[in-house]
Design a protein around this ligand. Structure first.
Ligand code: SF4
Length: 492
């Protein structure tokens, strides 16, 4: 009898731990963790170790099935056929669809993490109708965070538990980042970090949390709104981070009678910023009391107040709008929805704000930000979060996730040590990605770019031929004769 060991990846959950499969005479004897794998370093969970049961299950499909001749659709009456017969049937049917109208081919795959390949196949076939299991799972998590801060947990980043002091987990079951996260939480707690779990049930990760905050299922959005409201109310947000790294100081047109209301107020110079990515939004600089291009050196944006541009256009910083919007969402309001006592919500907001403010990390690493400002150190606010499907897969899941991203922004804990380690996929290169082809003829590289939206269209509000352009011409910096007519103090 011969024994062999094969190394591969566990597919019993989304974590993809490295495993060793021990075989005896070609049959699986048992599975254990691969100590040489960088992700799980030999750790394996009970589910992973039971992978043998899936492999050996008598219910597992091992050959193609075809509905029996004359059987009713939906009756589940199938017969096994050979692979040759299956490929021949598929080839005939797919060839006909591809020649006539490829869009009629809808391609749906399960949780295989091979979507780069399945998507490539669908695009080469010529159909835009392809999807995968993600649409039913935590896709709001990705969509909401990408929409708000450019990247999400899991795919594009995670909590920096090596440096964090406070770790808050919401709506997370066991199957995302499972073993690596368990290893990281265990080290984090040994280093004295505090772990708060907000979850309807105290199982899994919550079982080892320093504090478990039970919450009514599907109500995390209300809790997050109350935390945001409370942080602003108490002035516990990271003002410097909000002003420089969010759009909190950017001026919005605030005129309900105008079709441009709620759009950015912009300067006329279409060349401000790289092509297709104009950087001509405005701040009201509270030092000079002037409208200036955002990130003008030495300028400091007002976050609160209501102002007027020279032409009388009323404008308001985004942060003021956010503050107005969340003011009614008090801890008392959230208590009635979430079941979390208002006092607990206040205490959580306080703890997050104080930890971010008072336990700052300074790493002696010089860097230059994307506006060219040089920094001698990297600053970190050591409050980190992790959240998943529990937030995303409920009504308002998208907005719940966006609120979490706003909360993280207020705490200044994005793309910083001790916070959210972030490798953003966005913004993407300009010009934008090609559109999905609508047929086989659309698959050539030349036609893909021909179909893409032109870069020029992105300049609509900055073109000198639009009424908008002349309206804001006088708001560009270094034009001393043009002052904004602030109707409130620029001081928050
Ligand atoms: S956490 Fe468990 S089930 Fe998931 S991949 Fe790792 S070993 Fe497999």
């Amino acid at each position: 009898m011969s024994t062999t060991v094969k190394t591969t990846t566990c597919y019993m959950c989304a974590c993809r731990c490295g495993i060793r499969v021990h075989l005896k005479d070609g049959a699986i004897r048992y599975i254990d963790g691969n100590p040489d794998h960088p992700l799980n370093k030999g750790v394996i969970c009970a589910k992973g170790a039971s992978g043998i049961m899936k492999q050996e299950s008598p219910a597992r499909l091992t050959q193609p099935l075809k509905r029996r001749e004359g059987a009713e659709r939906g009756a589940g009456d199938f017969e096994p056929i050979s692979w040759e017969e299956a490929f021949s049937i598929l080839e005939k049917r797919l060839a006909h669809i591809r020649q006539t109208d490829p869009k009629k081919f809808a391609f749906f795959t399960g949780r295989d993490q091979m979507q780069a390949l399945t998507g490539l196949f669908a695009r080469q076939f010529g159909t835009p109708n392809y999807a995968a299991h993600g649409g039913f799972c935590s896709v709001n998590m990705a969509a909401g965070m990408i929409y708000t801060i450019g990247g999400s947990f899991w795919e594009f980043g995670g909590p920096d538990l090596e440096r964090s002091r406070l770790f808050v987990m919401l709506g997370t079951a066991e199957d995302h980042h499972s073993n690596p996260l368990k290893i990281a939480i265990s080290d984090f707690k040994r280093r004295g970090g505090r772990f708060i779990s907000i979850n309807p049930v105290r199982t899994g990760y919550s079982a080892i949390a320093d504090e478990w905050v039970p919450i009514r299922p599907g109500t995390d959005g209300a809790l997050l709104l109350a935390l945001v409201s409370e942080l602003i109310e108490q002035g516990m947000y990271d003002r410097e981070f909000v002003a420089r790294y969010t759009n909190g100081g950017q001026l919005f047109i605030n005129d309900p009678a105008s079709p441009e209301s709620a759009l950015f107020a912009t300067a006329a110079d279409a060349n401000a910023g790289p092509p297709g990515y104009p950087q001509n939004q405005l701040w009201c600089d509270r030092l000079s009391n002037m409208p200036v291009l955002t990130h003008t050196p030495e300028a400091d944006p007002a976050l609160f107040g209501h102002f007027q541009l020279n032409d009388g256009t009323p404008v308001t910083p985004a942060f003021q709008l956010l503050s107005d919007r969340v003011r009614p969402y008090t801890p008392e309001w959230a208590e009635g929805i979430t079941g979390v006592p208002a006092a607990t919500i206040r205490r959580l907001a306080q703890e997050m704000g104080v930890t971010a403010r008072d336990e700052k990390i300074e790493l002696p690493i010089a860097w230059t930000d994307c506006w060219g400002k040089e920094h001698k150190t990297v600053t970190g606010n050591p409050v980190s979060f992790h959240a998943m499907r529990g937030l995303a897969a409920h009504s308002n899941g998208f907005q719940t996730v966006r609120t979490l991203a706003v909360l993280m922004s207020l705490l200044g804990t994005i793309d910083r040590p001790g916070g959210f380690r972030h490798k953003a996929p966005f913004p993407r290169a300009i010009p934008p990605l090609a559109k999905t082809p609508t047929g086989p003829e659309g698959c050539s590289r030349a036609s893909r770019w021909r179909d893409s939206p032109s870069v020029g269209r992105l300049h609509r509000r900055t073109s000198s031929s639009t009424p908008t352009a002349s309206r804001y011409a006088s708001t560009r910096p270094s034009r001393g004769s043009t002052r904004c007519r602030c109707t409130a103090s620029c001081t928050p």
